[in-house]
Design a binder for this molecule. Structure first.
Ligand code: F6R
Length: 611
């Protein structure tokens, strides 16, 4: 939520920051702003996208070698020019951008109002800024010291960049809970919420830790903790190419990322899945085999699409490893005082590795003695850093707000985990183990088959694009895919859609079925096939419009359906890796045909760093 960029060095700061904000726009895109310092402070803010900000400053004074910029996902206060960041302190000297939430802002605001401070926005950020100004004045201390005192008093999450117009050689940054990366150039520094704005200038970065303050000058980076002790910056080399964060000829990132899946799944399996020698090698698992195989219970915590991957994993782990699995919405798990026993394994699934709900759930489970295993896409993000062990999904940067390739990466990692643990526990026969490894190895090629020709899916999208509601139904391994299909359609095409286990229909939702309601069945050939055929019949008898995802060669499901999207055959455990692909495409094409911005759907943001 919210993208943050800062620059200090010999370059013109404005173009570096604007370009960086465009790269971070997936994190929030309801307003944007920039502050630059030369002889004076220049502050420009605009409701809308970064491009609107850019247009609004044409012809204005923009020359500076230091600046900070922000693209916002509103929390406190509607999207508007005045609520956009950066904010300005009452004395006109300080300017601040912030990603996160200051939970006790109301009481601080009251305190400041009593002292005569006024506020020109509804944000918690402006409160924090004036709080810092007030401490600086009262304590007669440096800005750095005032910030340190303020941070000790606030409750919440933040990544902030702060500048003083009287010190045009310093950006002060701090983080707790929201990410911050500092790029180290030659006589220059770049600051950002993730590495994408930095990658074209330098590959050397420092991931700032929680409770650290960075004092950043063109040729100097000092890291300190809140106790004012210097910390040694740990420099990491970025393993990412510029091409990975560009559209590469596709109309949208979402389409590019859907089409990348044969190679991202392949990359995820590479070096880990070795059917030729009958082995799965994953260091995060191998080094913790005893903990994982002796676990009485696995709790999977995640949100959204990642939670759907968790549901698929529940079926896999229970079937293959015979371990009791619970899948929890991270936000609910954290706050309902769950029973967590020593020896429990918590698997956190997250694309961004920064989702606040998942992070806080992990922190509290860790305190209670659970073993934390992260399945994460974003390398160097917060979840891997607080996990005891983990496995990256290696899908590369996912920029489209709707998760696609990260989801199939999660499924690939979770399949390998389930297989490896089952093998170690002896709950799978060698024959089945080898069979499933071979099937998994064949998945990238089968995904490629589905993507070869999408014309048919585009026709279906055109036919149903004006629907106002849709139902997605599946059973067994395809039930989570029904949920995921419904979520994708909702977020990308704004069509109200619900996912259900197909058998649940008759317990209520079937009342919704009319001739106008598209009912989408995920009905590939598996052990539930006969049952789902009956469910399809039940909808057909009530004249619902049936769209299905079926296995190539199947005759029955297509004969009952108005439209069918085919996927190649595979073992039912791995079916989700294939059956989700047509649903991703369907949502994409419906969204595009309706003229929506599929990469940045309304009200959403990638990387949800507020609870
Ligand atoms: C939907 C989507 C979200 C995320 C959710 C969790 O397409 O992307 O539902 O899956 O916000 O995010 P991560 O996986 O980053 O923890």
């Amino acid at each position: 939520m919210c993208g943050i960029v800062g620059y200090i060095g010999p370059k013109e700061a404005f173009p570096v920051i604007i370009k960086g904000l465009k790269r971070l726009e997936y994190r929030g895109y309801d307003s944007a702003g920039i502050a630059l310092i030369k002889d004076d402070l220049m502050l420009y803010k605009k409701k809308g996208k970064v491009a609107d900000l850019e247009e609004s400053v044409l012809g204005k004074e923009l020359q500076a070698n230091i600046g900070i910029g922000h693209t916002r996902w509103a929390t406190h206060g509607e999207p508007s020019d005045r609520n956009a960041h950066p904010h300005l302190s009452n004395d006109g000297n300080l300017t601040l951008i912030h990603n996160g939430i200051i939970e006790n802002y109301a009481s601080i605001k009251q305190e400041l109002s009593n002292k005569g401070y006024t506020f020109s926005s509804d944000t918690d950020t402006e409160v924090l800024l004036n709080f810092i100004q007030d401490i600086k004045l009262n304590e007669k201390c440096t800005l750095e010291e005032a910030l340190r005192i303020a941070l000790k008093r606030i409750v919440g999450a933040y990544c902030i960049l702060l500048m003083d117009k009287n010190d045009p050689s310093t950006i002060i940054a701090a983080r707790k809970g929201s990410p911050l990366v500092i790029g180290i150039g030659k006589g220059e520094h770049f600051l950002a919420s993730d590495a994408t704005p930095i990658i074209e200038y330098t590959k050397e970065v420092v991931y700032v830790n929680d409770y650290e303050i960075a004092i950043v000058k063109a040729d100097e980076l000092i890291l300190k903790n809140l106790g004012n002790e210097k910390q040694t910056p740990f420099i990491t080399k970025l393993d990412m190419e510029l091409a990975a964060i560009e559209k590469g000829g596709y109309d949208h990132f979402m389409l590019k990322e859907i089409h990348e899946q044969p190679s991202t799944i392949f990359d995820c399996l590479r070096g880990r899945l070795l059917p030729q020698i009958g082995e799965i090698r994953m260091s995060g698992i191998d080094n913790n085999l005893e903990k994982l195989t002796s676990a009485k219970r696995i709790v999977i915590v995640a949100c959204g699409t990642s939670w759907h991957a968790g549901l698929v994993a529940e079926y896999m782990f229970e079937e293959l490893c015979r371990i009791n699995v619970e899948v929890e919405y991270a936000s609910e798990f954290r706050y309902r005082n769950p029973v967590v026993n020593e020896g429990d394994v918590i698997i956190a699934i997250s694309q961004s590795g920064e989702t606040a709900d998942t992070l806080v759930a992990l922190e509290s489970a860790k305190e209670k003695g659970a073993f934390i295993f992260g399945v994460v896409n974003a390398v160097g993000s917060s979840i891997p850093r607080i996990s005891h062990a983990g496995a990256y999904t290696h899908a590369g940067p996912e920029i489209g707000v709707a998760s696609t390739k990260a989801f199939t990466g999660q499924l690939a990692v979770l399949s390998m985990m389930a297989l490896r643990i089952a093998q170690a526990k002896g709950t799978i026969s060698n024959e089945r183990f080898i069979h499933l490894m071979k099937e998994l190895e064949a998945i990238p090629e089968k995904v490629q088959d589905i993507l070869k020709d999408t014309t048919h899916i585009q026709v279906i999208a055109e036919k149903y694009m004006n629907a106002t509601n849709a139902l997605f139904l599946g059973r067994g391994y395809n039930f989570p895919i029904a949920l995921e299909g419904a979520l994708k359609l909702k977020e990308i095409s704004y069509i109200h859609a619900e996912g259900y286990p197909a058998a649940e229909m008759k317990h209520g939702p079937i009342a919704l079925v009319t001739e106008e309601l598209p009912v989408l069945f995920v009905a590939t050939k598996d052990s539930y096939y006969e049952k789902i055929v009956s469910n399809v019949q039940e909808i057909k008898a009530r004249k619902g419009m049936i769209i299905s995802v079926a296995t190539e060669g199947d005759q029955i499901i297509p004969s009952l359906s108005n439209d069918t999207m085919f996927v190649p055959e595979t073992d039912e455990i791995l079916a989700p890796l294939l059956s989700v692909i047509p649903l991703q495409l369907l949502s994409y094409y419906v969204g595009v045909k309706k003229g929506y911005n599929v990469d940045m759907p309304r009200n959403l943001a990638k990387s949800v760093t507020v609870e």
